[in-house]
Write a protein that binds this ligand. Structure first.
Ligand code: FDA
Length: 391
């Protein structure tokens, strides 16, 4: 027997929970399906267990997509303040950590509990542990076969996220389904992901565990945050951010001394003529890093004996250290997926497929990806809300 609903939402993650709750509270009969046995698993592990649930600076310029304007509408209709208001209604304590990033004081499980409560208020039916076996479409209805039931609805929402962190149940299911309905998919790629180094750059591997404040750049975009050397290459917020803009074969630049004024090294020669490049860097950077960098620079001897021209060159080198990563740590370590269901075929107001009435796509499954820092959840909430209003 087939049970009929007004809407079926596939994926009980951040976007699916929000969408189902909003539609349910608008009186729609909603079924929310997930193959995992728990809703919102990525919310639970996010932000080191404290969920960086939004960013007060969330605007469309903090997202990348083949169509940078697509996210504007949803983000402006459901804003960080709207989600904060819900968090406050539930009495969940939070704090701003840095750069507009808001975290729970307690646990990210509070956010999942809140969203489940919102779903309960909308009488959303939850089917966890329900792998989707088939999806058919005809006569204005989507028919979904799960392990133990057949369901149908005039509206189907794809909210199954992207393939980042497959060991948490993440899949490319959204893309397969979207393609079946004639939607294009922008080549998915790991984003917010550590970069790996090979060849000449392996020297940096001796720095495993060293962190420092840098300006990192790739693809014309720069970020000033911490970088962390790992046994495979580079990570830390600055590197995760630029990884989203990096393409294979292109260089990444690092300014190791982001606070250095032009001419600072020549100035050091005047004030500390007996110093060396190594000792000057040692006073400004972690010791192991200054040792590796001065070895690479190869300027020996006291500053007093080094020409200003060489010191200016060294300064430029330190502020624009370029290297070509040999790859990334892939979807296994990527916090999000870049690319996804093309926005070309979707309405930016409702997230509905233009050519397939009743089919919607929201959250990470769509080709809209945010910076590190709560932006990806804000997109999940905003796109889920937009679709929830339209169902
Ligand atoms: P999400 O992945 O949350 O949900 C998709 C759901 O679909 C899952 O429940 C999955 O089980 C289900 N599913 C998948 N395939 C299915 C299938 N075939 N059948 C049925 N169900 C299926 N962002 C942020 O803003 N702040 C943060 O602090 C963090 N921290 C963070 C840490 C880590 C370790 C990761 C991996 C990611 C983050 N993120 C983040 C990113 C954030 O988690 C992500 O952008 C959102 O969860 C995306 O929400 P969605 O609902 O689109 O997908």
């Amino acid at each position: 027997m087939t049970t009929q609903y007004d809407a079926i939402v596939l994926g009980a993650g951040a976007a699916g929970l929000m969408c189902a709750a909003v539609a349910g509270q608008r009186g729609r009969r909603v079924l929310l399906i997930d193959h995992a046995d728990e809703a919102g698993k990525k919310i639970v592990i996010s932000g080191g267990g404290r969920c960086n649930f939004t960013n007060v600076r969330a605007g469309h310029d903090r997202y990348f997509s083949s169509n940078p304007h697509f996210a504007k509408s949803a983000l402006s209709r459901y804003m960080a303040q709207d989600f904060i208001a819900m968090i406050d209604r539930y009495g969940i304590a939070w704090h701003e950590k840095t750069l507009g990033q808001l975290f729970c004081d307690g646990s990210s499980r509070q956010v999942v509990a809140m969203l489940l409560e919102e779903c309960a208020k909308g009488a959303v039916e939850l089917a966890l542990g329900s792998g989707v076996q088939s999806v058919e479409h005809g006569d204005g209805l989507f028919r979904v076969a799960c392990r133990d039931r057949l369901v149908s609805a005039p509206a189907l929402v794809i909210a199954t996220g992207g393939p980042s962190i497959p060991k948490m149940g993440a899949t490319g299911f959204a893309y397969d389904l979207a393609r079946r309905f004639g939607l294009k998919v922008v080549e998915p790629r790991p984003a917010l992901v550590p970069l790996t180094l090979g060849g000449d750059e392996t020297l940096f591997r001796s720095l495993t565990g060293v962190a420092c404040d840098v300006i990192a750049g790739a693809g014309g975009t720069t970020f000033r945050e911490a970088a962390l050397f790992t046994h495979k290459g580079l990570s830390g917020p600055a590197i995760l951010q630029v990884s989203s803009y990096w393409r294979h074969g292109e260089p990444v630049s690092i300014n190791f001394l982001p606070s250095g004024e032009p001419g600072w090294l020549v100035e050091q020669k005047r004030s500390r003529p007996r110093g060396t490049v190594r000792s000057v860097l040692g006073a400004m950077l972690p010791d192991r890093l200054s040792a590796v960098l001065s070895e690479r620079i190869g300027l020996d001897g006291e500053l007093a004996n080094l020409p200003d021209r060489k010191l200016s060159e060294t300064e430029r080198q330190l502020s624009n250290w370029r290297f070509i990563p040999n790859g990334t740590e892939g979807f296994a370590k990527a916090e999000v997926t870049g690319g996804g269901i093309s926005t070309d075929g979707l309405s930016s107001q409702t997230m509905e497929a233009r050519r397939v009435p009743g089919l919607y796509a929201i959250g990470e499954a769509v080709d809209v990806t945010g910076w590190l820092g709560g932006y990806n959840f804000q997109w999940a909430w905003a796109s889920g809300w937009a679709a929830g209003q339209a169902l």
